[in-house]
Design a protein around this ligand. Structure first.
Ligand SMILES: Cc1ncc(COP(=O)(O)O)c(C=O)c1O
Ligand SMILES: *[C@@H]1O[C@H](CO)[C@@H](O)[C@H](O)[C@H]1NC(C)=O
Ligand SMILES: *[C@@H]1O[C@H](CO)[C@@H](O)[C@H](O)[C@H]1NC(C)=O
Ligand SMILES: *[C@@H]1O[C@H](CO)[C@@H](O)[C@H](O)[C@H]1NC(C)=O
Ligand SMILES: *[C@@H]1O[C@H](CO)[C@@H](O)[C@H](O)[C@H]1NC(C)=O
Length: 470
């Protein structure tokens, strides 16, 4: 750019050099130099700006809340509504979270505790877990044993091991009423254990077997369809209750859950899926010990850094609620209670569900599961479920997952959850706001258009299996 300026100044000056002409030329060159300098600076600063924590795209997206405007998004952008990544919580923690520092000398040792059933579990985390359940009222912890693992997925495997290792005639049949969480069959069968094997739908097992030698996994509220469930096999087999979503933002808390083995996870409680923190509340000491043994032999406990982070997050949540006394914590949001995690997440999910339902009821193409009203002891009022996933049914199209693919929305088809009907697909409601907004507008497009008439180019590429398991 400075190249052509000098010669043109020169030809401008040569015929008649005056003071004014010299000043004009100097000004021009100055302006060009300032422009060039600012350009170079802008480029180099964008190169050297650190990417905090190696986060995709730097700072977390969507500081704005659900009330922000619906920005049009590029049609080609693929919306991954397939995996259940709980990034809906990001804006909350960005706004309200308190930084935490773990000094380099801290928690160097393998072992941490003398008090727990395993020396790899941090006392202070167990204390926070108990406090959280006390505040929320969603699980009995008195006289129970707490086992900590790398997400509830590791604990599920630990529980399968604990329930089957001393059985006289393995392999035990692992069942769950369909539609069941798509990870259950994969996690059960991938090591081809001699102790247990996946046997599919629990209703089918109840109806066709002698109800012997089995483990039933009960998930409530259920992933993918958000329904409330009870064990269906009438026998004396092992029971694992996966309560990943039994938190007030997703479903009314009707009473403290009280089952033999209950699995919870930080992933869906506060959104910190990347920390990989899960816990099991276990009635029987022997079962808790066997689960701890599995975790010891598998990963020698869970990272103490992750345990410290989980305790920090829980302490924050508990602190803010206990300042308000004890439950019920009324829902009506006021200026001073948007800092409350469950209130914040409840509002966000409620808003999204309202938007999605508004779209679905106005048209004939999609339908959604209806959820009953129930009295939530945590909020002290009657509420309904706003699950982390919507179980979408296509009423006119043969294959719902494919239909959504045609507008570049990835979802998880019913077959992954053990049902053969391709009219169902699962979409995530806990993705980030921008993605949800785009998802909503693409569904609106489908709602308005006649069958399969879409202008958006079809992308055939599928997400790989590892992403599809979450
Ligand atoms: C029902 C259910 N159980 C367990 C998990 C696994 O959670 P974690 O991140 O704790 O392994 C998920 C995650 O999506 C889930 O939906
Ligand atoms: C469960 O089985 C027992 C007999 O084994 C029977 O008495 C009982 O009625 C059954 N319960 C249900 C709910 O079917
Ligand atoms: C939230 O604020 C509203 C209005 O100020 C109030 O009625 C409600 O009790 C508050 N909820 C909690 C849990 O503090
Ligand atoms: C959905 O489609 C119907 C027509 O089938 C239309 O009346 C309605 O306005 C659409 N809803 C939205 C939210 O666009
Ligand atoms: C769908 O149709 C309704 C009117 O029937 C219109 O208001 C809306 O903007 C349309 N939405 C899309 C995404 O085309």
């Amino acid at each position: 750019m400075s190249g052509p300026v000098a010669p043109s100044c020169f030809t401008f000056l040569v015929p008649r050099i005056t003071k004014n002409r010299i000043i004009f030329c100097l000004l021009l060159v100055n302006l060009v130099l300032i422009f060039l300098y600012s350009e170079v600076k802008r480029q180099s600063s964008s190169l050297s700006r650190p990417n905090p924590g190696g986060y995709r795209g730097g700072k977390p997206e969507g500081i704005n809340t659900d009330s922000s405007s619906h920005a049009p998004a590029s049609d080609a952008l693929i919306i991954n509504s397939d995996i259940g990544d709980p990034v809906i919580f990001e804006p909350y923690w960005l706004k309200y979270g308190i930084d935490m520092v773990i000094p380099p000398w801290h928690s160097i040792s393998y072992v941490s505790s003398q008090r727990q059933i395993s020396p790899f579990f941090e006392d202070f985390l167990i204390d926070e877990i108990i406090s959280v359940h006390k505040i929320v009222g969603n699980a009995v912890t008195k006289d129970r044993h707490i086992v900590i693992g790398a997400g509830s997925i590791q604990l599920l495997q630990a529980a399968l091991y604990a329930l089957s290792v001393n059985d006289r005639s393995p392999p035990l049949k692992v069942v769950s009423a369909y539609p069941f969480y798509s990870a259950y069959p994969m996690v059960t069968d991938f090591v081809q254990s001699k102790l247990y094997e996946w046997a599919g739908d629990a209703m089918d097992f109840e109806a066709t077997s002698n109800r012997d030698g089995y483990i039933e996994i009960v998930n409530y509220p259920n992933n993918p369809d958000g329904t409330f469930r009870h064990a269906v096999v009438n026998g004396s087999g092992g029971l694992i209750h996966d309560l990943a979503y039994y938190w007030p933002q997703y479903t009314p808390i009707t009473s403290p859950a009280d089952h033999d083995i209950m699995l919870f996870t930080l992933s869906k409680f506060s959104g910190h899926a990347g920390s990989r923190v899960g816990w099991a509340i276990v009635k029987d000491l022997k079962v808790a010990q066997l689960m701890s043994k599995y975790i010891f032999l598998n990963t020698i406990g869970l990272s103490r850094d992750a345990q410290a982070r989980a305790a920090h997050i829980m302490r924050y949540v508990v602190h803010h609620y206990s300042q308000k006394g004890s439950a019920p914590y009324r829902l009506k949001t006021g200026p001073d209670n948007t800092t409350l995690l469950f209130h914040h997440a409840y509002d966000a999910l409620k808003h999204r569900w309202k938007e999605l339902r508004g779209l679905v009821v106005s048209g004939a193409r999609f339908t959604l599961q209806d959820y009953p009203l129930a009295f939530c002891t945590f909020f002290g009022e009657t509420t309904t479920s706003h699950p982390a996933f919507a179980w979408l049914k296509c009423e006119q199209d043969r294959n719902c997952e494919e239909l959504l693919n045609s507008v570049n929305v990835r979802s998880r088809g019913g077959h992954q959850f053990g049902i053969l009907d391709p009219q169902y697909t699962r979409i995530s409601m806990i993705l980030n706001l921008k993605e949800f907004t785009t998802l909503h507008s693409r569904l609106a497009l489908l709602n308005n258009s006649s069958q399969t008439q879409c202008e958006i180019e079809l992308t055939t590429e599928r997400s790989d299996w590892s992403a599809r398991y979450l």
